[in-house]
Design a protein around this ligand. Structure first.
Ligand code: SAM
Length: 244
């Protein structure tokens, strides 16, 4: 999606953003609890944190409160989101704000922790390897990335079922599930786990403790009839070249 389209999409959501997210995203608030629980640093560490696609700053506010010696850079493409962050964190001298595009703009370096919550599905697939390399370089050697991604199953049947469940969830919250689903298909770039691991491995992270991958989206597993889940089968799923 073009930069201006992303900005416009989120600009109109700003006034009731957290409410809307709770109606669209299952376990929206619990995801942040999980992501914070994954932060592998002592709460008194003076952390340097970057929140990529920070939205209205809910996560940044929680990190600043839970880690009283941390400093957080809030980075987002949508100026209106950054305005809301400034209002939310008014008076904090530990927050820094940057309006920019994480695909192309510099987001600094020397971070202990980079957070990306529900923002990386705006990257096109081809943009992911270079993006992950830049994130890797922006982290200190002991740094961590914690990302909540939009991950779909590789099986078309299972994916269809996941999407049905998601639409049902949105309808139960009073939203037009079908319309949001169509918007998602048109605008987002969800990935499956093989693609994600492929890019992470490409960056050189697979066996490094730097990556914590949070998968908080609803996942639904169905065993294919007559198929045994063997090591070989799993490896083939992780390496598309070997599927043939
Ligand atoms: C779905 S919202 C998630 C916001 C927040 N992280 C949360 O969990 O509530 C995605 C955010 O990413 C921002 N965003 C999308 N593409 C971006 C890009 N290329 N560079 C920087 N921010 C981007 C949007 O402006 C929006 O605020």
């Amino acid at each position: 999606m073009k930069t201006q389209d992303v900005q416009e999409h989120f600009r109109v959501q700003v006034p009731d953003y957290p409410g809307l997210m709770r109606r669209l995203i299952p376990f929206y608030d619990q995801q942040r609890v999980l992501m914070r629980a994954l932060i592998p640093f002592d709460r008194t560490t003076p952390l340097m944190v970057l929140d990529l696609g920070c939205g209205p700053g809910l996560m940044a506010a929680e990190i600043l409160s839970e880690f009283p010696f941390s400093r957080v850079t809030l980075f987002d493409l949508t100026a209106e989101m950054i305005h809301v962050c400034k209002a939310r964190l008014a008076g904090s001298d530990r927050a820094t704000y940057r309006i920019g595009d994480f695909r192309t703009d510099d987001f600094g370096g020397g971070y202990d922790l980079i957070i990306a919550s529900l923002s990386l599905h705006h990257l096109e697939r081809a943009e992911r390897p270079a993006f992950f390399r830049r994130v890797h370089e922006s982290l200190l050697p002991s740094g961590h990335l914690i990302a909540a991604e939009v991950i779909v199953d590789e099986s078309p049947e299972v994916r269809e079922r996941q999407y049905e469940l998601w639409q049902r969830f949105m309808i139960e919250q009073g939203e037009d599930g079908a319309a949001w689903y169509q918007k998602h298909l048109a605008k987002d770039h969800p990935i499956d786990i093989s693609i994600d691991l492929g890019h992470v491995a490409f960056t050189g992270w697979l066996h490094s403790p730097r990556l914590f991958l949070a998968l908080p989206q609803l996942r639904y597993h169905q065993r294919a009839p007559g198929r045994r889940l063997t090591g070989e089968w799993s490896r083939r799923r992780l390496n598309p070249e070997r599927r043939r």
